[in-house]
Design a protein around this ligand. Structure first.
Ligand SMILES: Nc1ncnc2c1ncn2[C@@H]1O[C@H](COP(=O)(O)OP(=O)(O)O)[C@@H](O)[C@H]1O
Ligand SMILES: [Mg+2]
Length: 128
C-alpha cells in the first residue's frame, strides 16, 4: 500500500479528478494549501536586498492505494496536472504500513478495497 501525496495547481484539479475517476481511483482527500517551490524571491528594499517566500495557492491530494494502483494513479496525475510552466507541483509516493477502515475495523488490503460496492455499478478498485 502507498499514500500518494500530490501538490497540484487548483485549476488542474477537475482534470485530475476526472482522470482518477476513469482509473477507478475514487478514494481520496483534497485540501487547499499554500506552497513554495524552492525558488528564491529577492526583493529590493530601502535597507538592501531581502528575501521573502511568496506562497502560492495549491491543492493537496492524498490518495491511499494498493500496489497495483500506484502506477496508474501517478501517471494520471502527471498527465493531467502538467502545464509545463514553473509551479506544476510534486508527487510524493509514501510507503504505508497499515490501513484501517474505521467503520468495520478491517485492516490493510481489506480496508483498501471498497466494501459494499456502489450504486450505479461503477466498479471501484484499489483506492482506500
Ligand atoms: N520539496 C517540496 N516539498 C513539499 N512541497 C513542495 C516541494 N517543492 C515544491 N512543493 C510544492 O509544489 C508547488 C509547485 O512548485 P514546484 O514543484 O517547485 O514546481 P516547479 O518545479 O515546476 O517550479 C509549490 O508551491 C509547493 O506547494
Ligand atoms: Mg520549484
Amino acid at each position: 500500500m502507498k499514500l500518494i501525496v500530490a501538490i497540484i495547481r487548483p485549476d488542474r484539479l477537475n482534470e485530475v479528478l476526472e482522470a482518477l475517476y476513469r482509473a477507478e481511483v475514487t478514494g481520496l482527500t483534497v485540501s487547499r494549501v499554500l506552497g513554495h517551490g524552492g525558488e528564491t524571491d529577492r526583493v529590493e528594499t530601502y535597507r538592501g536586498t531581502t528575501v521573502k517566500m511568496e506562497l502560492q495557492e495549491k491543492v493537496r491530494l492524498e490518495i491511499g492505494v494498493s500496489e497495483s494502483f500506484v502506477e496508474i494513479t501517478v501517471q494520471a496525475i502527471l498527465a493531467r496536472a502538467r502545464t509545463g510552466e514553473v509551479g506544476d507541483g510534486k508527487v510524493f509516493v509514501l510507503d504505508v504500513n497499515q490501513v484501517y477502515r474505521i467503520r468495520t475495523g478491517e485492516r490493510d488490503e481489506q480496508a483498501v478495497t471498497p466494501a459494499g460496492g456502489q450504486a450505479g455499478g461503477h466498479a471501484v478498485g484499489g483506492a482506500v
